[in-house]
Design a protein. Structure first.
Length: 698
């Protein structure tokens, strides 16, 4: 296989530039001045109960010539089991046209109206100017009632879902989210189960149709219409679109109560390529919106981690510089939810950050907040809540939320009054009740080799898990590989892709690729000539936007009008490779150091984890599939502009080019400065020993 790693650094450089430009300087030396709580004027909805089970709520508001509708199906948490992912897939397919209108025609009809129509597995929404609302609402109804469900759309969305999972395979935030929920609720709980490539692969169109038949129904549905429309007219419109529609009768599931850990524990997922540690401190809570504790909890969470002025943020970012931001959240609802405090922190400070999280939780549970802190929190919360009322979509949820959660009719009208009535004693009481300290779970995803020893010194039980929340016995990943030589893994790979003789014949290559990122597709060309000449260019619309070149002695990278010569260190690293197939250099140059570190799962299959240290001392990690012998993943880090950049490349779709296998798909994850970008590279053309001359590298 011919590795294509160098071009990633330019893409990573672009990411870092975007990240740096996105930083906003904020003067935090001045505390915001508290103001009076805004007076809320929220109209009561007119409520109609339709015969088919739909509850229609209409809020008349003629201030703007616009109407919005929200259709919500109250099915509660849904257990998907081995078919995890079918609900998301079904929801996506609802946006793929109707039985009478293909997707392109449907989308065009919405666009002509200047409207917004969206559908999902829990319902749909529509908004438009008053004169176009009827048509937009009708389109939403057609999408819900008469989805096309074509095999073509199913295959497309299924492929996209699998590609998305591949792209997130080494994403620390994605793994943290999955593992935290799985450990907190349990893998069989609807909030703890998760999608996998294997499960998505097994889904069929019939599975989607069955999920639709079971859960897209008028039963337990709430249709809220708000805006420039009279209630009587809204009722007529709702009846004409949904009146004759029926479906399965839904009942809310009954879920067993899940306990918190008996004692505080630290659960670690090793992610060697991670440049930061993802930390979540989490415990389960049972807090319904009609509970008197609801409003004290809002302020307590706001003080602890609700914003940039909170205790967690001021401690972990402003005081200690561990992170770009630390926050907390405490959920409410009819079923168990969680309290979570989280941050992405520098790996070297993982153990210190964990202790600061626990210290802040202990502090808010141990001593009353000051009058000044409480007053400031109320003022800031009042302002942010009132600002949110400008969003019609948020207003539209109020009416149905009151009914679903059995709340008093004036719940939102008196919302801020109740917030302002919270006392310091209330804050202390609910902090002790809902924010656990002695029986909480701390989930850490990061490079275990750099932070596990420090976590063990904190005095809490430390448990290891893999990226899918399966227990791992420490050191077990090294078992069974004691007799495996790294050189044999590399030799087997070389044999699998064509053999030494064939690879030695390849002295140059030219590869054309497409790069998909953030809705854009860029053209990429890479050329390489032995012993160590390289060229990579990324183009948009025929114009080169990024370029990297090395002529064997010197080189540069260029983005727009900015050109940067390669450093002596970068030049030295380029010169260590004399073959266009890097693995040949691993075996022929004794200055390369190879080691098998264990067997890890890569996209569901076992792979040998091999560390490669080149003659300059730079180390990367490569994963070779145990069965196929092929290279399936490469992980490395580099430093650019004083920032650490981590990249993971998943390689697949090997095809024969002449007599050599070549990966035609590469899913990339680039992490830098707390930001993450997923890219998909698809090879469109490969030429070996042709189309490349020395002039290309001048």
């Amino acid at each position: 296989m011919i590795m294509m790693k160098k071009y990633i650094m330019i893409a990573a450089g672009a990411l870092l530039m975007q990240y740096a430009q996105a930083q906003v300087k904020v003067d935090r030396s001045k505390q915001p001045t508290p103001g009076p709580a805004p007076v809320l004027t929220i109209k009561d909805p007119v409520v109609y109960k339709m015969p088919n089970g739909i509850t229609l709520l209409v809020v008349e508001d003629h201030r703007l010539p616009k109407v919005s509708a929200s259709f919500v199906i109250d099915a509660g948490p849904i257990t998907e089991g081995e078919k995890s992912g079918v609900m998301n897939l079904m929801g996506s397919m609802l946006n793929e046209g109707t039985k009478t209108m293909p997707k392109a025609v449907f989308d065009q009809a919405v666009e002509k109206l200047g409207a917004n129509v969206n559908l999902s597995s829990t319902g749909g929404s529509a908004s438009a100017l008053t004169r176009y609302f009827k048509n937009a609402f009708t389109l939403m109804g057609q999408g819900l009632k008469e989805p096309a469900f074509t095999q073509e759309s199913f295959d497309k969305l299924k492929t996209q879902a699998i590609t998305g999972l591949k792209a997130q395979a080494k994403s620390a935030p994605a793994i943290s989210f999955r593992v935290t929920n799985a450990l907190t609720y349990g893998k069989t709980h609807p909030n703890g189960e998760f999608e996998t490539e294997e499960r998505i692969q097994k889904l069929t169109l019939q599975d989607v149709k069955q999920a639709y038949s079971k859960y897209i129904t008028s039963s337990r549905s709430y249709l809220t219409i708000i805006g420039d429309i009279k209630p009587a007219d809204a009722k007529v419109l709702a009846t004409s679109v949904f009146g004759g529609w029926t479906g399965t009768m839904l009942t809310l599931p009954k879920l067993a109560v899940v306990p918190n850990p008996a004692t505080t524990e630290i659960d670690v997922v090793d992610l060697p390529n991670a440049v930061q540690s993802e930390i979540k401190v989490v415990n389960l809570v049972d807090l319904k919106k009609n509970n008197p504790d609801y409003f004290p909890v809002l302020l307590t969470n706001y003080i602890l981690g609700g914003g940039a002025e909170s205790r967690l943020f001021m401690n972990l970012r402003e005081k200690r510089g561990f992170t770009y931001g630390a926050y907390s959240n405490l959920g409410t609802g009819r079923f168990q939810t969680t309290f979570q405090a989280s941050a992405s922190v520098r790996t070297a400070k993982t153990d210190s950050a964990v202790m600061e999280f626990l210290n802040e939780i202990k502090r808010i549970r141990s001593a009353k907040v000051s009058d000044e802190e409480l007053t400031t929190a109320k003022a800031l919360y009042n302002g942010s809540f009132a600002l949110g009322l400008e969003d019609p979509a948020r207003m539209a949820t109020f009416a149905s939320t009151i009914l679903i959660n059995n709340l008093p009719a004036d719940f939102y009208k008196t919302y801020l009054q109740r917030v302002n009535a919270v006392t310091a004693d209330d804050v202390l009481r609910v902090a002790r009740k809902y924010m656990n300290y002695d029986n909480t779970r701390i989930v850490v995803v990061g490079n275990a080799s750099q932070m596990l020893a420090g976590l063990k010194k904190l005095g809490y039980p430390v448990k290891l898990y893999d990226a899918f929340a399966n227990p791992v016995v420490e050191g077990a990943q090294s078992k069974g590989v004691a007799d495996i030589k790294a050189s044999d893994v590399i030799k087997n790979y070389i044999d699998a892709i064509g053999g030494v003789a064939e690879l030695r014949k390849v002295t140059s290559y030219s590869v054309n690729m497409s790069l998909a990122t953030q809705g854009m597709t860029l053209a990429v060309i890479e050329k390489k000539m032995a012993p160590n000449k390289e060229l990579m260019a990324i183009s948009m619309g025929g114009n080169v936007v990024m370029k990297s070149l090395f002529d064997g002695e010197k080189g540069y990278s260029q983005q727009g009008g900015n050109k940067k010569d390669m450093t002596a260190e970068e030049i030295a690293q380029k010169k260590v490779f004399t073959s266009v197939t890097e693995q040949l250099d691993y075996l022929s140059n004794p200055a390369f150091k190879l080691a098998v570190k264990g067997i890890q799962k890569v996209n569901g299959s076992d792979a040998y984890q091999v560390t490669v240290t080149d003659p300059t001392g730079k180390t990367s990690t490569e994963y070779y599939d145990v069965k196929s012998k092929l290279l399936v993943r490469n992980e490395s880090t580099t430093t650019q502009n004083n920032n650490t950049v981590s990249q993971t490349i998943d390689l697949s779709d090997y095809r024969k080019v002449n007599n050599v296998l070549f990966p035609f798909k590469q899913a990339l994850t680039i992490s830098a400065g707390g930001q993450e970008q997923n890219l998909l590279m698809t090879v469109t053309d490969v030429k070996l020993n042709t189309g490349v001359t020395a002039d290309d590298f001048k």
